[in-house]
Design a protein around this ligand. Structure first.
Ligand code: PEP
Ligand code: MG
Length: 325
């Protein structure tokens, strides 16, 4: 069954009642490609480009990056691929010193904050991505956006590099530019962001941590790192609504997208794209095929209106889909 789907990688995954969602994979290096293709991923919802930077002992040049991005896009074509600009800081650091790399901190100068403060590296990555865009179906997203100013600045730099490459007659593909929603401020203001971005992708790994104020890597507060906390679910629901009201697709690329308790809720909320580790694709495709999205909309309503704790949420989901979750 999965082999058959692998042959038709661009057909969406269907729920039991025929709602079409995009089942996508997360990737870190080119070594993930065989599992992604064999797993029948219809897209790559998150390519974490920082691993390209972490594997070398100095900053990769624009040309080195271009070749790496181009090869990945060519191998995955015609599948859409979302490449995320550098997300260093928090749980990821480079093995060499670069401008703006500070001590790891989830609340410090990580991701887009670092890219905007030290633009040379950011511009070189954007040029490499843009040059690679001619070879496949590339979309770009920015991590850790907290304010509209950050998105606008990043987009303006992108537009600037794009114009310069166009003026130099470099062939470029059509690229959608979106953002991760992983900071509570962005989640709460998603309706405004949705007016300016081409797509949004919910990063629950960070969103849960920041919402519960629990470091995602600290075992002492692991009990507070609760994906089904009703506050987290309300945020996710409101992001999806905001995206749809503005007519843009909403994806999720955090671990939660492949979590069997979360999937029924996300289907009920109308999430468009589920992006996860390649090893979770088969199990999630099977689960989606057993669920009816229309029935799950009322589960979501009940959960959002009446659940007060994570445990209540789990009990409600299991009551509606006892055989599958
Ligand atoms: C996330 O935060 O959910 C996410 C997908 O990004 P990362 O895990 O790379 O921080
Ligand atoms: Mg993140």
């Amino acid at each position: 069954n999965s082999a058959k789907l692998a042959e038709q990688p661009n057909h969406g995954t269907l729920t039991k009642d025929g709602v079409d969602v995009l089942l996508a994979a997360n990737m870190e290096t080119a070594a993930d490609l065989p599992a992604i293709i064999q797993g029948g991923a219809e897209a790559v919802g998150l390519f974490r480009t920082e691993f390209l930077y972490m594997q070398t002992d100095s900053l990769p040049s624009e040309d080195e990056q271009f070749v790496a991005y181009r090869d990945i896009l060519q191998k995955l074509a015609p599948r859409p691929v979302v490449m995320r600009t550098l997300d260093i800081g928090g749980d990821k650091s480079l093995p060499y010193q670069v401008a703006g790399q500070t001590e790891n901190s989830f609340l410090g100068a990580r991701a887009i904050r670092q890219s905007l403060a030290h633009q040379q590296m950011f511009r070189s990555q954007l040029r490499a991505l843009l040059r690679a865009s001619a070879y496949g179906n590339l979309n770009i997203m920015f991590p850790m956006i907290s304010t509209l100013d950050e998105f606008r600045q990043a987009k303006a730099i992108y537009n600037d590099e794009r114009s310069q490459l166009t003026a130099a007659n470099i062939p470029l593909g059509q690229v959608h530019v979106g953002m991760m929603i992983e900071v509570p401020a962005a989640a709460i203001l998603a309706d405004r962001f949705a007016q300016e971005v081409d797509f949004m992708s919910i990063g629950t790994n960070d969103l849960i941590g920041y919402t519960l104020a629990a470091d995602r890597t600290d075992p002492d507060v692991a009990y507070l790192y609760q994906p089904y906390h009703p506050a987290v679910l309300r945020l996710i629901d409101s992001i999806i609504r905001a995206g749809h009201a503005a007519g843009i697709p909403v994806a999720m690329c955090g671990e939660m997208a492949g979590d069997p308790i979360a999937v029924p809720l996300l289907l009920g909320m109308g999430l468009d794209e589920f992006s996860m580790g390649a090893n979770e694709l088969g199990r999630t495709r099977e689960l989606i095929g057993q669920l009816k999205a229309h029935d799950l909309a009322s589960l979501v309503e009940t959960v959002l209106n009446s659940a007060s704790t994570s445990q209540e949420v789990i009990t409600m989901v299991q009551a509606v889909a006892p055989d599958v979750v």
